[in-house]
Design a protein around this ligand. Sequence first.
Ligand SMILES: [Zn+2]
Length: 429
Amino acid sequence: MKKLLIISSFLLLGLTSCNKEEKSIKQDSLPINKSDSAIYHTFSVDGKPFLVKQIGDNYYISDDVMISKRQLNVIKNIKSSNGGKISSIRKGTHSDFIYKWTNGILYYKIESSRRSQILQAFSIIEAKSNIKFIERTNQQEYVTFIDDSSEGTSYSSHIGMETGANKIVALYPTQGLGTIVHETLHALGYFHEHTRPDRDAYVAVNTSGLGQNAAFQYQKQPYSTSYGNLDFNSIMMYPSSSVMVKVGGGTWAAQRDSLSTGDIEGLNMFYGSKIIGSNNTCSNEIYTILHPNTVTLENAIGVATLTSLGNNKWKVERIGNNSGLVTLKSINADNVISTSTINIGGDFTFTGRPIVNPGQIYTYTVDPSVNNVTFSVGGATILSQTSNTVRIRVLNTASNGALPYVQISATGTSTCGVITKTIIPDVVI
Ligand SMILES: [Zn+2]
């Protein structure tokens, strides 16, 4: 009987792309095995047992998901899944348990030989979410991608952004691009789809008779919450099996090819809406925003207008020949803000002191990308100029004896043609 269970579990686990159980199950059939060193801690959440596996100093809540000691302490203190701060984020998270990457930026370091595939995985996630992957320089918190041919599976150490932890995504050589996406989503803070607290409405799970090693990966994650329907096509979903079928019967296959519609929805809930469209326009531009709730255009008075076109599309339109930097802002249903800065009309930077003193000398500078720049001033005299800077001396007094009224204008050819920008500094004694 025991052998039968081991075989059925192995067949099941062989279909999944990311778990570490395969090796453990194989080892279970040996007289002496590493899994003997695994300790299962049982906690009570909602009056039901919840297992945390410990191997050495490492703790796991799922086969390919390691947690930190801080997260372990959160689990110890959660007695009820509804007792803490619960968000409404799909496949995400108890807010005390999962920490998001700040501003949706995950810093990474690649020590794996599979650099091009890893970068491809990042592109897949970036294309449909507000998340950005940036190669680490001196940032303290980052994920290291490594090769690990010893484990037989891929895994992610730590779910979400755990401060101070050594964060790893380990990749087994034969596992594909989709598995890299899967493990990266764990690092971003996502659980397996079939461990949602509401999963019993969709799937029937029967782990009776299985050992802890196998049953462990099917336990519900009580500190996650659900958003939308359970997504059988999620890249975070395990396959149907002798242990798990659809409620009422029926099977499905696990896919590791692409982000599902539900995966994209979850990414846009947790990390904010993806805003798709150009960062500059000379007349008007259409923007697509994934899973928005409230959309506004900031700093746009006199510069551009915003029109909703329906179907998650908005038009940003320049007003006349005016120019400026405006911000398209989206607040999603979970109150996460995302923004995109748009250069209207070829706006360029023209910088210098906003407060000046009579009789003093100042320099003002135009963005070097602007061509054919000319300067004109009032309340001051031009001392010298180069192609993109001007040196001025503020007058001591205006003709009526009052403080001078100073303005410095730069006219140049930018991406949208000829534009004039003016600075009017305050004059103080
Ligand atoms: Zn996984």
